[in-house]
Design a protein around this ligand. Structure first.
Ligand code: CP
Ligand code: NVA
Length: 317
């Protein structure tokens, strides 16, 4: 006969859960470097194997819930296709068509979804909502972008850099333009993978950071910032949920990535953009479509990197 668990049993279960390391993928700086390395190695190996026709169903019958409170093309498609390629399935939820939009709490949503699915991916505004989801879920939670960070993107970026140029350790990465969620995850990656990161943005957009790790530098002048760089990155000037402003666009104009700026980086420098791009604004067509651009590999690698992230979260790496 079923008996209501005593308070001490509940406390004991919570105590045990606290020590069981649920593998949430929320931020790169919160994950051990050896684990990140293992994820990237697996991503490279799976991409190669997949192209050779070796497609093991490592997540056979498993379910991923994907919650989108912001739009997406790449994240949605790569997670959905990735789950399918691994033998699993992904479900798409958004705030308009789920009860989240009618005020159901993140905590209740996390607890309910955990009864149906094996992992949850969430793209939302507040970073604290992802943490709240992880706190109440009994399955792994993956950050598919928040206002603060975009870790899955940077795993794909790292994979892309390694594919083209080998290790990123000791290399100079330059970010130009708006300092946003993608920049934050690059800051985390710089610490973990040992590259230098220069962030070139107008003085007024520089966040009030008191102490930065020594490999991260703010550089006001875009030409100085790209000098000797191995990788140039930019992103849209107005992120999803940001207030659009003409003043911001004007302030960012000198940070546009164009052929003149690219010519001041190393001749073999790569160009990345997480996409979607606003062509002619943060970057010109000739750079996006030029020979140094690896944007399509970068987009494709979302698929391979995230398959490895899913395997890591689900203890199948
Ligand atoms: N780069 C990226 O996350 O793209 P989507 O917004 O299309 O998912
Ligand atoms: N910084 C962008 C990234 C889009 C993938 C945004 O948040 O809109």
């Amino acid at each position: 006969m079923w008996m209501k668990p005593s308070l001490s049993l509940k406390l004991y279960v919570n105590y045990i859960r606290y020590f069981i390391d649920m593998k949430h993928f929320i931020d790169i700086n919160k994950i051990d470097t050896t684990e990140l390395r293992a994820i990237l190695d697996r991503a490279h190996a799976m991409k190669k194997a997949f192209k050779e026709g070796n497609r093991p169903r490592l997540l056979d019958g498993m379910q991923l819930a994907m919650i989108f409170e912001k739009p997406s093309t790449r994240t949605r498609v790569s997670f959905e296709v990735g789950m399918q390629q691994l033998g699993g399935h992904a479900l798409y939820l958004n705030s308009e068509t789920s009860q989240l939009g009618r005020g159901e709490t993140i905590a209740d949503t996390a607890r309910v979804l955990s009864r149906f699915v094996d992992a949850i991916m969430i793209r939302t505004y507040k970073h604290s909502d992802v943490k709240e989801m992880a706190k109440h879920a009994s399955v792994p939670v993956i950050n598919g972008l928040t206002d603060y960070s975009h870790p899955c993107q940077i795993m794909a970026d790292l994979m892309t850099y390694e594919e083209h140029r080998g290790t990123i350790a000791g290399k100079i990465v330059t970010w130009l333009g708006d300092m946003n969620n993608v920049t934050t995850s690059w800051m985390h990656a710089a610490e973990k993978f040992g590259c230098a990161l220069r962030i070139a943005c107008p003085e007024e957009f520089k966040p009030p950071v008191s102490k930065l790790p020594e490999q991260i530098q703010f550089v006001h002048d875009p030409a100085n910032a790209v000098n000797d760089s191995d990788l140039i990155i930019t992103d849209t000037w107005i992120s999803m949920g940001d207030t659009d402003s003409q003043a911001k666009r004007e302030a960012l104009e000198p940070y546009q990535v164009n052929t003149t700026l690219m010519a001041q980086a190393r001749p073999d420098a790569l160009f990345m953009h997480c996409l979607p791009a606003h062509r002619g604004e943060e970057v010109t067509d000739d750079v996006l479509d030029g020979s140094q651009s690896v944007i399509l590999d970068e987009a494709e690698n979302r698929l391979h990197a995230q398959k490895a992230i899913l395997l890591w979260c689900l203890e199948r790496l």
